[in-house]
Design a protein around this ligand. Sequence first.
Ligand code: GMT
Length: 376
Amino acid sequence: MTYKIGITCYPTVGGSGVVATELGKALAEKGHEVHFITSSLPFRLDEQKSNIFFHEVEVNQYSVFRYPPYDLALASKMADVIKREGLDLLHVHYAIPHAISAYLAKEMVEHDVKVVTTLHGTDITVLGYDPSLSDMIRFGIEKSDMVTAVSDSLITQTKDLLRIDKPIETVYNFVDHRIYYPRVCNDLREDLKIQENQKVISHVSNFRKVKRVQDVVKTFDIIRRQKDAVLLLIGEGPELPVICDLVNELGLKEHVRFLGNQKRVADLLSMSDLKLLLSEKESFGLVILEAMACGVPVIGTDIGGIPEVIEHGKSGYISRLGDLEEAAGYAVHLLDHPEIQESMAEAAVKRAVETFHRDRIVSDYETIYDKALKKR
Ligand code: GMT
């Protein structure tokens, strides 16, 4: 059975946009008709296919509005696409505001369209604490026909925080193994002036406060006292200037490469010996999975969904949030024992392929769609 599916997400760089876009592409490959309804072209939507459509949400800046009404413009575009294209369902990523816009759109049309909402984290772990928004988030979740979250931990947090008993199903994030797989990238090592004996440690994020990139740099500083290593910082975001200052203060300038947003992330990951993600909030950590798929063990913090992705001591290490000595200890132990690193790299790839394979997760979403549409 194939469906006409509308997908709404934040189209900019970020895990939820990546997952939503890759899901849309995979659904189209399986014969579904996919309509992206977003404020700009999703950055990963780089291919032309006859069953993938893009409907841009234009937000007009009328002088009567103090703030541009994105959520209303989105609802109106959704209603328009539902009617014109005869959509079976809307799959929205983020409860606020997307599930609310979807609810409004559904009320505006006579057509029986179903709404599937996927929770990615920030809508619950940050916005859920704001009393002025929590009732609205709860409403968006309760009015959706099916709700998914990207980890069991996010479901627990959602239920505890919002006191709802609506069933929520875990559907983990996934990677495309045609893009993320282990490879040798000697040219890149040369370009980045990394010596043969130097170990490579990487970190990928949007440099928001919750990512605690300072902890990454400080942990690297401890590792550097024992091992000759280079730190690759991939991504951009608000904390970047603070991180630059810290790197200078610690005298690490020569050993840290600031790479900004990169297209060759899979290559950069593949050439890494280890990756660090020491966030204080992380509902899943898609970048962990991308590294694992490239055969790179990750040291992650014991928060959110991270322990559901990394099996401690097998495919990486789980370190206590803020315990930098512990994280550095795991790193040095790994870098000192090539045999452990090799077996962890193997286990990481195996876990990424077996548990988080694109085909498996996409078919989980199709099952969710079937269930939503049976509610007709
Ligand atoms: O982590 C971010 O700042 C970006 C955010 C997003 O909206 O893309 O990521 C969230 O969704 C990703 C995809 O499901 C998850 O892998 C990230 O863990 C989650 N981020 C947080 O929970 C902080």
